[in-house]
Write a protein that binds this ligand. Structure first.
Ligand SMILES: Cc1ncc(COP(=O)(O)O)c(C=O)c1O
Length: 390
């Protein structure tokens, strides 16, 4: 029997990227104690007040079909949040409520990309980007960013990669895997290039609330002159440790949302009203657990950077945001992949090879900050020990 072309375009995209993690899981199931630094899943529970709202609203009968665009309560909460953030009135018609950032990314690509259109993305990039672009028939165009400049994308590099087929810049700030956060001035420069070449900007802001030190989050959507060409995708998966709720959204122009709505309605026929109510509550209120979680990630990142300091062979820079640290193993002479394998085999520490996130991640490991400080400190000792042995 014949399958559609999308199955070929997506085949093999993914599984090998997770090979070290999958092997680590297998060994853990066999009883081998392992330290897992591979998966970007919050280890702390969501604020209990949010779970109470989901429960209460489910029992109150908010279990029927939702409006395809999203229920008025959550659209109003999003409108309040983004109006405050941008300092402009952002109407409820500028949002679509969707099951997580991943679905929002998929819907955005389906709305913007035709067969053969090129989508530029800073490399290293998040593991599913190639897939969402290829699903829409697009061509991913990685633009290498320099690890020695904190993995920040330069506007000139972006411009060099643009061709007549370029349609979209897919950016992610704070970045997974690199921890880089675009400054406002970088966004202005990149935005000018996108304006000149009439590119859409899809801005993945799933880690927007997680910035550290003096870093300030900035978004192209917050610049009035870039609003109409920007499509923000985000969720409460990381900000509120709610990945299993699958609650996310698109923020964009009314015109974009009107064009994307038939795409998302065809896919989904709406979300779950009781979870939309819980998201509205999450967005409208402050929670001590959320502040604690952010502090925990920052402390863990500092522990990791300090734990590798002094090593002649491996190093890490404090991330500006997000949930990950890139560990530079280039001086060991091994690839990220080879180092991650040895670390798994010889030290029982599970990380992601930087190469899993594109050629731009070569010679690095991506470490997720989703275990406690004690385990992070122990993992550092083992990473340094292995590097010294090599
Ligand atoms: C950069 C990035 N985008 C999107 C996602 C998916 O997020 P969600 O759970 O909201 O679908 C992740 C999850 O790890 C991510 O790291």
């Amino acid at each position: 029997m014949k399958f559609a072309g999308i199955t070929k375009r997506l085949a093999g995209l993914g599984s090998e990227k997770w090979a070290v993690h999958i092997e680590g899981r297998r060994r853990a199931l066999e009883g081998q104690p392992m330290i897992f630094l591979s998966i970007g899943e919050p280890d702390l529970p969501p604020p209990s007040a949010i779970m109470d709202v989901a429960n209460r609203q489910m029992r109150a009968g908010r279990t029927r079909y939702s409006s395809g665009r999203g229920e008025p309560e959550v659209l109003n909460a999003l409108s309040r949040l983004y109006s405050t953030r941008t300092g402009r009135a952002i109407s409820t018609d500028q949002f679509l409520f969707l099951p997580g950032t991943q679905t929002a990314l998929y819907a955005a690509m389906m709305t913007l990309v035709d067969e053969g259109d090129e989508v530029l993305m800073p490399d290293p990039y998040y593991a599913t980007y190639e897939g969402v672009i290829a699903a829409a028939g697009g061509v991913p165009v990685p633009v290498r960013v320099d690890p020695d400049h904190g993995f920040h994308l330069k506007a000139e590099q972006l411009e060099k990669a643009i061709t007549p087929r370029s349609r979209v810049l897919l950016m992610n700030t704070p970045n997974n895997p690199t921890g880089a956060v675009f400054t406002r001035s970088e966004i202005e420069k990149i935005g000018r290039v996108c304006e000149k070449h009439d590119l859409w900007i899809v801005s993945d802001e799933v880690y927007a609330t997680l910035t550290y030190g003096n870093t300030v989050f900035a978004s192209p959507f917050d610049e009035d002159w870039l609003e109409k060409r920007t499509v923000v995708v985000s969720s409460v998966s990381k900000s509120h440790a709610m990945p299993g709720f699958r609650c996310g959204w698109i923020a964009a122009s009314e015109q974009f949302c009107a064009n994307a709505l038939p795409v998302t309605e065809t896919m989904l026929f709406g979300s779950q009203p009781f979870l939309e109510d819980a998201t509205a509550f999450a967005l409208d209120n402050a929670f001590p657990e959320v502040a604690d979680m952010k502090r925990a990630y920052e402390t863990r990142a500092r522990t990791l950077v300090a734990g590798l300091k002094g090593s002649k062979h491996v190093s890490a820079r404090m991330p500006e945001g997000g949930m990950f640290v890139m560990v530079d193993v280039r001086k060991t002479g091994l690839s990220g992949e080879a180092f991650a394998r040895k670390l798994l085999d010889e030290e029982s520490v599970v990380t992601m090879p930087g190469e899993s996130f594109g050629a731009g991640g070569a010679g690095h490991l991506r470490v997720a900050l989703t275990v406690d400080e004690h385990d992070i400190a122990e993992a550092c000792k083992r990473i340094v020990r292995l590097a010294e042995r090599l």
